[in-house]
Write a protein that binds this ligand. Structure first.
Ligand code: NAD
Length: 492
């Protein structure tokens, strides 16, 4: 059985595989990932620390060239990378290519590093005194990533962290670890010096060691909310800067004046794409007024046409979920729903008898806050419909939810949309856009339990997170300026 190697100091490092990796479309184990010892983890931290000295001094033009080359390689090798993602994650090839394209945007943004790392300069702030500021790398960044975007999330972090002059230790999800190693090899081919970008596999113990080690300076984490919270608490306790993005429950409000065909299409795309395993997936449709029955009829009409199958089959609309345990967990929410007063309009869990970790589309109606199907992040192809009498009630529902990653409103009323955007406690908002993932020149991040720490990820906030500021005050005195003055320096 194949073992997925670590990638450390510019080369693949084989160790005994421990954790199985599956092809979710067949249910078969395809490889395994190693769990490194404490000593090995420490040696990787030491390598990254040592490499960070020279990398932090590398000219901006050399860094830019490497990132430009990486971009070209990612474009050239997209098909190969998409296949790797589909084999381990299960999403369709088209969706894997979409993920690569959105990740690439972040590399393109990082290529503008000479602009993003520009400091300020103030001339003559006092007589003969000038001030300028620079941003320096923080040192070693640990990037800990989830299974659902095995290349996009590593690219969210790596582009800006490397552009800023940091070394990276990427700890990918154990469930689909190969894309991370592929990225490391492309970076080496692009000319990145050895030790600057390393991939270290493992689970909880490895993450804890990265969080506690004095050799790691910053933590970028994306994953589920309970883990994000622990990562933030532990990392900050050990003196690191931490951005920890967590789970979500994203609501799509449909107002009575909306075009219901457009809204139904959006609910299907954003609710069931990638089997609902997106942090920006729509998991709740809030139908306002009297439109719920009509909207549900249009959604079910579309569900009849969806094809669930292997991600490598170009006719599949979505693939399996990530593991057998996750398939069973998703099914449990649907099976328990009637006992919570919920109407099961479509039960796709009957697919569970097929080989592979498949769950077909599920649709729940009359879902209410306080039920498990509503309160928990299910992270599967399960769309819940909540009925709300008014716009205000819809906003209240969203604001009472513990998550605040993304939300959307479907309407023809510009004023209602504007009020919605101003009133909801959510980080990313779509107006007639169901998955409002910001382009790479804005930063990505939710509110409430969807993000711990104050920094959003990628974009301008990414550059701030991966650098620290230094301000330099300069005077070139004349010999005649010599004097003793014990007073606090003043500018006037
Ligand atoms: P996860 O929290 O199980 O794992 C994320 C990472 O943390 C993995 O690398 C894993 O090895 C590690 N990990 C797992 N348990 C840990 C523990 N107890 N202590 C330390 N490290 C641990 O998440 P997942 O299942 O891989 O990914 C899905 C989750 O990620 C969903 O909740 C989804 O909403 C969320 N997500 C959020 C965003 C966002 O931007 N907010 C983006 C993608 C995914």
């Amino acid at each position: 059985m194949r073992t997925i190697p670590h990638f450390v100091n510019g080369q693949e490092v084989e160790q005994t595989g421990v954790t199985p990796v599956f092809n979710p479309a067949t249910g078969e184990q395809t490889s395994s990932v190693p769990t490194p010892t404490k000593e090995y983890v420490q040696s990787v931290i030491d390598i990254a620390q040592a490499a960070s000295i020279a990398w932090g001094q590398t000219s901006l033009s050399k860094r830019t060239n490497i990132l430009f080359t990486l971009r070209a390689l990612l474009v050239q090798r997209t098909d190969e990378l998409a296949q790797i993602i589909t084999n381990e994650h299960g999403k369709t090839l088209a969706d894997a290519k979409g993920e690569i394209a959105r990740g690439l945007e972040n590399i393109e943004y990082a290529c503008g590093l000479t602009e993003h790392l520009k400091g300020g300069f103030s001339d003559q702030v006092a007589d003969g005194v000038d001030v300028h500021s620079v941003r320096e790398p923080v040192g070693v960044v640990a990037a800990i990533t989830p299974f659902n975007f095995p290349i996009m999330v590593p690219l969210w972090m790596s582009g800006n962290a490397l552009a800023s002059g940091n070394c990276v230790i990427l700890k990918p999800s154990e469930r689909d670890p190969s894309a991370a190693v592929f990225l490391a090899k492309l970076l080496k081919e692009a000319g990145l010096p050895d030790g600057v970008f390393n991939v270290l596999h493992g689970g909880v113990d490895v993450v804890n060691q990265l969080l506690e080690s004095p050799g790691v300076d910053a933590i970028s984490f994306v994953g589920s909310t309970p883990v994000a919270k622990i990562v933030h608490e532990t990392g900050t306790k050990h003196g690191k800067r931490v951005q920890a993005l967590g789970g979500a429950k994203n609501h799509m409000v449909v107002l009575p004046d909306a075009d219901l065909n457009i809204a139904a299409d959006a609910a299907i795309n954003a609710g069931y794409g990638a089997a609902g395993e997106r942090c920006m997936a729509i998991s709740v449709v809030v139908a306002v007024g009297e439109i719920a029955d009509d909207l549900i009829a249009r959604i079910t009409e579309r569900l009849d046409k969806l094809k669930v199958g292997a991600g490598s089959d170009p006719t599949s609309d979505f693939g399996p979920v990530i593991t057998a345990e996750h398939r069973d967990r998703v099914a449990k929410y649907v099976h328990n729903a009637p006992s919570e007063g919920i109407t099961v309009v479509r039960d796709g869990t009957t697919m569970t008898s097929q080989p592979g970790f498949f769950v077909g589309p599920c649709l729940l109606d009359n879902v209410k806050p306080g039920t498990k199907a509503y309160d928990d992040e299910i992270f599967g192809p399960v769309l819940s419909v909540v009925r709300a009498a008014t716009f205000d009630e819809a906003v209240q529902i969203i604001n009472a939810n513990k998550y605040g990653n993304g939300t959307a409103i479907f309407t023809r009323d510009g004023n209602a949309a504007r009020l919605f955007a101003r009133q909801v406690s959510v980080g990313m908002i779509g107006i007639n856009v169901p998955i409002p993932v910001p382009i790479s020149s804005y930063s990505f991040g939710g509110w409430k339990s969807s993000l711990f720490g104050h920094s959003h990820i990628y974009g301008p906030e990414g550059f701030l997170f991966y650098t620290r500021a230094k301000v330099i005050t300069t005077r070139w005195p004349q010999p005649s300026d010599s004097q003793i003055d014990l007073g606090f320096p003043r500018t006037r």
